[in-house]
Write a protein that binds this ligand. Structure first.
Ligand SMILES: [Zn+2]
Length: 135
């Protein structure tokens, strides 16, 4: 009926309401797990620091601590990605490519709920990155 519908990408590329709800619960589950895990992780670190056990091998525990901090840092970044995905859900922008504004597509989002770019833009960005390798 309305002619402006024809300007939109194919409707089947857009997420249905059920799919958004499903992915939102997946994202919430993931963020909960990450936060629980990093809380445990950091809890251990604090215990180690406050423990007065001076017989602890300092070098070994320092490198162990470094590992955990790097791991915690990676998890923190992942939490940030999930949080911004959840914000996009709240704003009704979830599933839209941050580059071209088109739909990211179900398959891609089901496989990677935190994706912010459609496969075309992502491929383009990766090609751009690998160009500097000089084949
Ligand atoms: Zn795109």
């Amino acid at each position: 009926m309305s002619s402006d519908i024809s300007d939109l990408p194919p409707a089947d590329e857009y997420l249905s309401e059920e799919e958004v709800v499903h992915l939102r619960s997946v994202l919430r589950e993931q963020i909960k797990l990450l936060i629980d895990r990093s809380r445990n992780n950091l809890g251990d670190l604090t215990e180690e620091q406050s423990a007065d056990g001076d017989q602890v091998d300092v070098a070994a525990s320092e490198s162990e601590r470094g590992h955990r901090l790097r791991f915690a840092e990676r998890e923190r970044k992942m939490v940030g990605k999930i949080q911004s995905a959840l914000e996009r859900v709240a704003e009704g922008e979830y599933g839209m490519c941050s580059e071209c504004g088109g739909p990211i597509g179900h398959k891609r989002l089901m496989a990677r709920p935190v994706a912010t770019q459609c496969i075309d833009c992502k491929t383009m960005a990766e090609r751009h990155e690998t160009r500097s390798w000089g084949s």
